[in-house]
Design a protein around this ligand. Structure first.
Ligand SMILES: Cc1cc2nc3c(=O)[nH]c(=O)nc-3n(C[C@H](O)[C@H](O)[C@H](O)COP(=O)(O)OP(=O)(O)OC[C@H]3O[C@@H](n4cnc5c(N)ncnc54)[C@H](O)[C@@H]3O)c2cc1C
Length: 562
């Protein structure tokens, strides 16, 4: 069998190249070849797993439903001020927020998923802020099963950091930009509220009353992430192929054994075969991997019955072929978030622009990869833990401070504090698939615990912070500084543009130990179907990408060894 490998970078000069990437493979095309590993989804997890499997010599096919993103993938969407460079909008950290105004073709289509996220080469790592925090050891030790404790992940974490560094100094000139919010927050949190001022990833395990500058996965002033690292080594191997524009519909299986995947490509439906010892790895993210399992007849029988009555399962897949795994889609998590708008006389807010940034800022960026466009707008970050007296783990809480106001509060002296609840929360929901086959979150993701402990913890955190405001020069605008805890509970649990909105940190919908096994993230009830992505990771104390990448480093290693 002949596998023709054409590195993506080499393809970029090819005039026949149009989205989706189509690669001729000589006599036998890639859809009919047998693969040792088919990885579905080129998000951060899928890219890492595919790299590990191809490194181990497996003939590996990485399928991505979306198209080009970074300049090095052939992405070319850019504002005029980037004309003549090989960078697309994706490469510029300071263009992060533009994806909320106009995502172009970078985000998932509404007919595919009812949640905001990146559906492109890199997944959400191609559109996110790039915040890159190592989870504290307690996240693994407390919330993950044996085999997935912090000590088990030490080597994977080291490998990750050797491929993908975490940077606090993002601007090549060594300066920090847009610092009025940072200075005011430091006065408030460190001088008044008693937080320690730390380099966050130098002290990854301490998340009690710590404050610092954000850490990012940027590289030389541009967006970093696995597309710029792991994907590039994969592309240099002759046993690896990336195909974008391929939307996988389901896993094809014979009983508990996957034999291939069914996918839509160029308007036709194809079945791409696995070799007799091959494996499918689903890395479509915490919403779409459970959906793929359900569409493959693997899940909660009640959900599968619903899919069947909505005619979403093929006729050949009658109930006797279903694999019962009630943990598929269960436990879906996202951070409950509240926007708190803060104003003060010392604050000079800064709003990024896609089309018309301040000229001196674009010159600084293009000339020396320095200035405000070298980061995604976050100036400071802090955490603490809210303890419980009943012996249950504490609730993690996080604050992230942005350079500008939001919603109705956008004058030039206003900045935004986002307050998240993180690890240890009791609330979670499920992945649901509607009558048209669109997957999304159930409506009980946030604050659904019966006793209201989650809201109480987060409100207490905000209340505590507000007690330390006097002297900081900052005043909250959308919640009164003297609000009672009960008033804050009411505010954060009432849907508005400031509360209860989606943060898009989806995770935990196919957890290790219940949905997939701890040995190699194999879906319970199957022989050779794995899930490696945000789905398998329990809610983390920090923004999730780092932890997901560690899980993929480890998962890829375990699967390669099977
Ligand atoms: C706007 C935004 C900002 C964020 N900011 C941060 C941040 O600063 N720091 C941080 O740590 N986290 C952040 N996150 C979260 C982080 O990006 C995600 O947790 C992470 O990308 C999840 O990785 P993943 O590999 O599980 O899946 P994803 O990144 O979701 O990638 C999955 C990929 O699979 C593809 N796919 C899915 N289904 C199919 C199918 N059926 N066929 C083919 N392909 C398929 C998708 O197109 C997608 O490209 C942010 C997320 C968003 C949306």
């Amino acid at each position: 069998m002949r596998l023709i490998h054409i590195p993506l970078v080499a393809l970029l000069s090819c005039s026949s190249l149009a989205a989706p990437l189509t690669i001729a493979l000589g006599e036998q095309d890639w859809t009919s070849q047998e693969w040792d590993a088919i990885v579905v989804g080129a998000g951060p997890a899928g890219i890492i797993v595919a790299d590990k499997l191809s490194e181990a010599g497996k003939k590996t096919l990485l399928l991505e439903g979306g198209g080009k993103s970074y300049g090095i993938t052939g992405g070319s969407q850019q504002p005029d001020w980037l004309a003549g460079t090989n960078m697309s909008r994706v490469d510029i950290p300071g263009l992060y927020k533009s994806v909320f105004d106009d995502p172009g073709d970078l985000t998932c289509a509404s007919e595919e998923t009812a949640a905001f996220g990146g559906c492109t080469i890199g997944g959400s790592s191609a559109i996110n802020a790039g915040l890159f925090f190592q989870p504290p050891s307690s996240d693994w030790d407390t919330f993950h099963p044996d085999g997935w404790k912090d000590a088990d992940l030490e080597a994977a974490t080291k490998r990750l950091l050797s491929r993908q560094k975490s940077v606090t100094n993002y601007s090549a000139d060594g300066n920090f930009y847009l610092q009025t919010g940072y200075e005011a927050a430091k006065k408030w949190l460190v001088d008044s509220a008693g937080y320690s001022n730390v380099v966050i990833n130098d002290e990854p395990h301490d998340k009690t009353k710590v404050f610092g500058r954000p850490a990012y996965d940027y590289n030389n002033g541009q967006r970093g992430g696995p597309v710029t690292t792991y994907l590039q080594t994969s592309l240099s191997r002759s046993n690896f192929l990336l195909q974008s524009g391929v939307r996988v519909q389901r896993v094809e299986r014979s009983g508990s054994k996957a034999t291939g995947v069914v996918a839509k490509f160029n308007g036709t439906t194809v079945t791409i075969p696995l070799s007799s010892t091959g494996r499918v790895v689903l890395s479509g993210g915490a919403i779409q991997s459970p959906q793929l399992l359900m569409m493959s007849g693997i899940g909660d029988p009640a959900t599968l019955s619903q899919l069947e009555s909505n005619k979403l399962l093929p006729d050949s897949m009658n109930p006797s072929t279903w694999i019962n795994n009630t943990a598929v889609g269960d436990g879906l998590f996202d951070n409950p978030n509240t926007f708190i708008e803060l104003t003060g006389p010392s604050i000079a807010s800064y709003t990024y622009s896609y089309k018309s940034p301040i000229t001196s800022d674009t010159l600084m960026y293009l000339g020396s990869k320095s200035g405000p466009y070298t980061f995604a707008s976050q100036t400071s970050v802090f955490w603490t833990m809210m303890p419980h007296t009943d012996g249950t783990p504490p609730t993690g809480v996080q604050g992230t401070i942005d350079s500008a106001g939001y919603g109705e509060y956008v004058d030039d002296r206003t900045i935004t504090l986002n307050v998240y609840g993180t690890s240890g929360l009791l609330s979670s929901g499920r992945v649901q698939v509607d009558a048209k086959g669109v997957a999304g979150p159930s409506d009980d993701i946030y604050y659904s615990d019966a006793a209201g402990r989650d809201a109480s913890d987060i409100a207490q955190f905000i209340h505590d912070l507000f007690q330390a405001l006097p002297g900081s020069g900052l005043t909250p605008l959308n919640i009164p500084a003297n609000a009672s805890k009960e008033e804050i509970v009411n505010y954060i649990t009432t849907p508005s543009q400031y509360a209860k909105g989606q943060v898009n940190h989806w995770s935990s919908s196919c957890r290790i130990g219940s949905c997939v096994d701890a040995e190699a993230l194999k879906v319970q009830g199957t022989d050779n179907v794995h899930v490696v992505d945000a789905s398998v990771v329990a809610p983390l104390t920090v923004n999730p990408q780092f932890g997901i990448m560690v899980a993929a480093e480890k998962g890829g290693e375990l699967i390669a060894a099977l």
